[in-house]
Design a protein around this ligand. Structure first.
Ligand code: APR
Length: 173
């Protein structure tokens, strides 16, 4: 598992995960960036699979994204309401379901944004811990997991957790 500071639409991976809303039509933030890069067909493909409940994940083609990117996995994070409404479980499910779906698709690499930490208001430190711990504990054949932070602060939060343990749970070679 590795942390990268930058734009997720520029990552050269098989699968890019977007922090979507239930309509899968795109929006602002990272979802908006991915939809702009993938083109209007992404929203058309998403609409055919919507509505998507929080915590679940679905895949579509990546259309006009970097040629190497084969799929976009859409997942809907929890809106932060203070922490007593199951937000942590929903966020963990976003990471778990997205990685499991990437496995099913035969992906060898995947890039995640910091799901729910923008418009949805999830506290970055708590979200970073959930992301790293969920992905680390998963058994997966996806050899390369990239956590894309959009800024230094976000990268710092992820780094706090990544340095406390080993590997990304990829199947032993
Ligand atoms: N690349 C990587 N990360 C990005 C990018 C980008 N191009 N743009 C934004 N981010 C980061 C933000 O800085 C934030 O840390 O993605 C994280 C998630 O923030 P949001 O995109 O706001 O997603 P979220 O909080 O899950 O809210 C989802 O916002 O865009 C709408 O349609 C989306 O309704 C949904 C809601």
């Amino acid at each position: 598992m590795e942390i990268v500071i930058g734009d997720i639409t520029e990552q050269r991976v098989d699968v890019i995960v977007t922090a979507a809303n239930e309509s899968l039509l795109g929006g602002g933030g990272v979802d908006g960036a991915i939809h702009r890069a993938a083109g209007p067909r992404l929203a058309q493909a998403g609409a055919a699979l919507a509505p998507l409940d929080p915590g679940l994940a679905v895949a579509t083609p990546a259309f006009d994204l970097e040629p190497q990117v084969r799929h976009v996995i859409h997942t809907v994070g929890p809106v932060w309401e203070g922490g007593d409404y199951g937000e942590a479980d929903i966020l963990a499910s976003c990471y778990r379901q997205s990685l499991a779906l990437a496995d099913e698709l035969g992906a060898t690499s995947i890039a995640f944004p910091a799901i729910a930490t923008g418009v949805y208001g999830y506290p970055a430190a708590q979200a970073a811990r959930i992301a790293v711990e969920t992905l680390r504990s998963a058994t997966t054949s996806v050899g390369r997991i990239v956590l894309v932070a959009y800024d230094e602060d976000a990268a710092g939060e992820l780094g706090e957790w990544l340095s406390t343990g080993a590997g990304n749970g990829a199947a032993e070679a």
